[in-house]
Design a protein around this ligand. Structure first.
Ligand code: PGA
Ligand code: ZN
Length: 401
């Protein structure tokens, strides 16, 4: 593949913050990609380059300047060759010089352009590159937002409806549950990820509300992303103004899991609390996808940050049994695929994920389908940029027929 031109610019994300968009031209075709941005970011993530005022002009300048000068007019035999060149050009361990945001935008645009040049769907190109078997991911639809995504109106960051099956069957169920929940909640505001952001007085109430709606359908369950780094300080977890030790928090998770149809718990402890993860996984984790009663997936997000070596280390000490894959935590498609390989090598499932600040780029839908992910976190149904991911999954279902 030869890249003939590169242009980058700054566009607003769903929070109105700037992010980078890159367009590559190859032969007569063009491919555009933009990258999302997190708010509850792990401290071990790749470096998102931002200007002092929060803008991405420096990242855009790096893409239009140094990166364009290096890759335009050059012939690449493989996409890995291109990604490796970008990583080497940056030269830092966390992409802090050119910016993981600048590098990933180029990397995704290149993957998209290569698929177009080959005349195949993006998900198929990703599956071929990764050596994975494509399949429809469970929809992890964010129905209630809390934590830093909704000014801590709810203690945990995300309350998620999980629906299994073909997207054309799963999405109508998600729409129905989302609408019924909206009726029950009245005029709840929307959180960052397009789910409702109500307030409750107890930890159980959100589950009490959601569980009966979930029970109306088969193949549905509940997931949470505690994002516990955000309510952890000096050895103490604070939920609804009450302090919990790691042991007490373990009991909270165990009791919630026994009472409600919970399928997975993401980031139950802070990002460096490996030992607490291991104990929880031993207590209530189940590595199989056919989860028994009281058994759940323990998902690493801030813990593993889509980093192959952190995933391998979490596997060694049995900290988790599932891994969230967010390409922008690592900063290139090549390394995101390596993270998927590390996940599968450990016998874990992968859940592909958007970020809380999104754009209309639907790459994550193709990525989730292509790698045969267990699930996709693409947000709530109350925001256009989230709906576009689900719409893309419907399209993919047609393409895969
Ligand atoms: P973030 O949240 O994009 O703000 O990091 C998503 C998550 O924690 O899964
Ligand atoms: Zn998370």
């Amino acid at each position: 593949m030869r890249i003939d031109a590169l242009t980058a610019r700054s566009i607003p994300d769903t929070r109105g913050r700037p992010t980078i968009e890159v367009t590559l031209q190859g032969s007569t075709l063009k491919a555009t990609a933009s990258v999302p941005s997190g708010k509850s970011t792990g401290s071990h993530e790749a470096f998102e380059l931002r200007d002092e005022d929060g803008g991405v002009q420096t990242a855009v300048a790096h893409a239009n300047g140094e990166i364009a000068q290096t890759i335009v007019g050059r012939q690449f035999d493989t996409l890995d060759e291109l990604d490796t060149l970008l990583i080497e050009l940056d030269g830092t361990p966390n992409k802090s010089r050119l910016g993981a945001n600048a590098i990933l935008a180029v990397s995704i645009a290149a993957q998209r352009l290569a698929a177009q040049l080959e005349g195949i769907p993006l998900w198929r190109a990703i599956a071929t590159r990764a050596g994975t078997t494509p399949s429809a991911p469970r929809l992890y639809v964010n129905v209630m937002n809390g934590g830093v995504h909704a000014d801590f109106r709810l203690p945990f960051q995300e309350y998620i409806l999980v629906v299994e099956g073909a997207t054309s069957e799963a999405l109508p169920i998600a729409r129905e549950v989302f609408a019924k929940l909206g009726e029950k909640l009245g005029n709840a505001p929307m959180g960052d990820e397009g789910g409702y952001a109500p307030t409750f007085a107890t930890l159980e109430e959100p589950f009490d509300l959601l569980a009966p709606l979930v029970a109306e359908h088969s193949h549905t369950s509940i997931a949470i992303d505690a994002a516990a780094s955000e309510f952890y300080k000096d050895g103490v977890y604070t939920l609804l103004s009450k302090a919990y030790s790691p042991d007490e928090l373990t009991t909270v998770y165990r009791e919630l899991t026994e009472r409600f149809p919970i399928h997975s718990i993401e980031d139950p402890f802070s990002e460096d609390a490996a030992r607490d993860f291991t104990r929880l996984t031993a207590a209530i984790g189940n590595p199989s996808t056919s989860l028994g009663a009281g058994k759940v997936l323990i998902v690493g997000d801030d813990l593993t940050v889509t980093n192959p070596s952190r995933i391998a280390s979490a596997a060694n000490t049995k900290e988790i049994n599932a891994v969230l894959i967010k390409p922008n935590q690592i900063g290139s498609v090549k390394e995101a695929i390596e993270a998927v390989r590390a996940t599968y090598a450990a016998g874990f499932v992968a859940i592909a994920s958007h970020r809380s600040g999104e754009t209309d780029d639907t790459f994550i839908a193709d990525f989730a389908y292509g790698i045969g992910a267990h699930g996709i976190k693409a947000g709530g149904l109350g925001q256009k940029e989230r709906l576009e991911k689900y719409e893309r999954l419907l399209e993919i279902e047609q393409e895969a027929r």
